[in-house]
Structures are given as C-alpha cells and as structure tokens.
Design a protein around this ligand. Structure first.
Ligand code: SF4
Length: 324
C-alpha cells in the first residue's frame, strides 16, 4: 500500500470498551480500551485465543453492540452519533461475514432471498435484485441454478460463499470477516481466503479479519492487532510482527504455528503458555497475561503495562519492553 493512502484512516477505533454487567458485583470486560486504525484498502487482522474479545470488537464496530465507552470513527465520523440517513449509508458501506456458515443463513430462505434481501431493503426492484444476485453468485463461484435452493443443500464452503455474496450485495467498502474460515475444512479454507484476496483487489475493499489461526493471518494481513483477555497487547505490520514479536503472548502464539519443513520444525522452540485463559469477569488492574507469563515479575501483578511504540507502527504493552 502506498504511504500517501495512509493519511486518513477509514476506520478509527479509540479507547473502545464493551463491558457486560453479569450481576451487581460482576462485570465481564470483553473489550477493554482498544485503540487501532484501519486504512483504506488494507487488511488488519485481530488475533488471539477464543474468548479474548475479538468478535465482540467486530460486532461493536458494526453497531451490533453499543459500546460501554470509547469511539469508532468511520471516514472521520463517530458511528454512534449517526442520524437516520447516515446510519442507512453506514449499513451499505459496512458489512460482516460471520463465522458459522451453518447458523448465519436462514434455513427457510432460498439463496436468492438471502443474497437479495439487502438489495431490496435498499430499494432495488425484484427484477434488478434477481439479476444482481445471479451476478454475485457467479462472482463467488456459484451459479444461477443455486438461486432457488436452500442453505441445507450446500456444503460448508459453498455456504460461506453465499455469506460472502450476501455481504457483497450492497457494494460495501469495509467488511468485517469474523473467523470466516474457522468452521470450514482445511481444503476449503485456502479457496475462501484466495477469493477474499481477489475480491479485495478487484473492488478495493478494506477488511478487518478476525482469526485465531496465525498462519492464515500472515498470508492475508497488512497489519496485525494481538488481543489478550479484552486488551490489546501488540500491534505491528505483519512482516515486522512475525519477524520481531516482542510481547511474550505473541511470541508464544507464533511459536505454536506448525512448520512444514522438518528441519525448521526441529530448530523452532515452542514456547508453552501455562494454564487456561482466565475469566474476563472483574479482571485485576494489572497485566492480564501475568498468571500465564514465564517472564512475569511482581510489578506485572500490580500494574497494567501501557502501550509503547518501539519501532514505527510497532507497539507493545509489556513491562519488559517498557523498561528497555
Ligand atoms: Fe509478562 Fe509482565 Fe510483560 Fe505481562 S507485563 S507480558 S506478565 S512480562
């Protein structure tokens, strides 16, 4: 991506928090003070273990949830302060591809109705919508005969293609891809990823790609944001992050990527992470990774590390790095 394109972010997430009140005394801090930008035409990946808040972040960014605090700006405007007309425009510009192609498609609707629903909501006639659905199905490798069928008649990969066609139907600029391949067979995953990349090039799309598989993330992203238990722990351009991971959690995640070359696999030392991801309910105000980190010191259990920029665009929240 050209630097000139990087002046104004398309999406700005600023100090975003999304808490869920479980009871009077218990608060689940699913997203806690997240700040990152996404520039036009790039893919930013949000990675971390299940339950780290990645999907809640995506859902808040598309207004499926209201934030507890913080802001999300789209093209410079706060999406939570839109008037009716701006909200309608936002619904066209921003779309989501959901994780589970089995549950995200209404089983009682035909493919024609699923893909064409958004078009009709935005005022397109049935005739034009049908023609566009046919075109969209061709774009994702399906055909006209599929229009009258129901979701259960398709494989997982084909259902995800229908989900992608639905997202593309209103010609969006920005798509949040929420673990779009994790429910698919490995053999199908590459096809869907390649299709997303091709569509991005053809249509100049911008993606937020939510994933836990770091080998896929390397292939598709320009930049990566690593989350742990609701907080952001590291962000950098993809090549920089994979070459010089600084946060102990990122280092452990990267060390767990399977290596195809047996010689390299032998040389690579897997960094173990102790225990399970802790509960995000009433987390302590200290490093959230402290209980599982092999470098933790007393300070890590007392004080929350702050984000520090250690190289252009490479930021890390870790006391080890702060002290260097
Ligand atoms: Fe580990 Fe401490 Fe860094 Fe947290 S702040 S990642 S516990 S070294």
């Amino acid at each position: 991506m050209e630097n000139t394109e990087k002046k104004q972010p398309l999406v700005q997430v600023k100090n975003l928090c999304k808490y869920f009140e479980i009871s009077r005394k218990e608060t689940l801090k699913a997203v806690d003070d997240l700040t990152f930008d996404i520039y036009k035409g790039e893919t930013v990946s949000l990675v971390g273990e299940s339950g780290c808040g990645k999907s809640t972040t995506g859902r808040t960014m598309i207004k499926l949830y209201n934030p507890t605090s913080g802001n999300v700006y789209y093209d410079g405007k706060d999406i939570f302060k839109y008037n009716h007309a701006e909200q309608k425009e936002f619904c066209k510009k921003v779309q989501m591809i959901f994780q589970n192609p089995y549950s995200s498609l209404n089983p009682r609707m035909t493919v024609k109705d699923i893909v064409g629903e958004g078009l009709k909501q935005h005022g397109m006639s049935t005739k034009d919508a049908d023609a566009k659905v046919e075109q969209l199905l061709a774009t994702v490798g399906l055909n006209k005969d599929h229009m009258s069928r129901f979701p259960h008649e398709f494989s997982g990969g084909q259902r995800q293609r229908i989900g992608i066609a639905r997202a593309l139907s209103v010609d969006p600029e920005f798509i949040i891809c929420d673990e779009p391949i994790s429910a698919l067979d490995v053999s199908i995953q590459a096809q869907v990823i390649n299709m997303l990349k091709e569509l991005q090039e053809e249509r100049g799309l911008t993606y937020l790609f939510i994933a836990h598989d770091l080998s896929v993330v390397k292939y598709i992203s320009d930049r990566v944001v690593v989350m742990y238990l609701g907080t952001m722990v590291e962000t950098a351009e993809t090549d920089e992050l994979y070459a010089h991971p600084m946060h102990p959690y990122t280092q452990a995640l990267l060390s767990a990527i399977p290596e195809a070359d047996p010689n390299k696999a032998k040389a690579n030392q897997r960094i173990p992470i102790k225990g399970e991801i802790p509960s995000p309910i009433n987390p302590k105000n200290c490093c959230r990774f402290a209980e599982r980190c092999q470098h933790a010191t007393e300070r890590c259990f007392k004080e929350m590390p702050q984000m520090k920029e250690i190289a252009p665009g490479h930021k890390v929240a870790c006391h080890l790095v702060e002290d260097k």
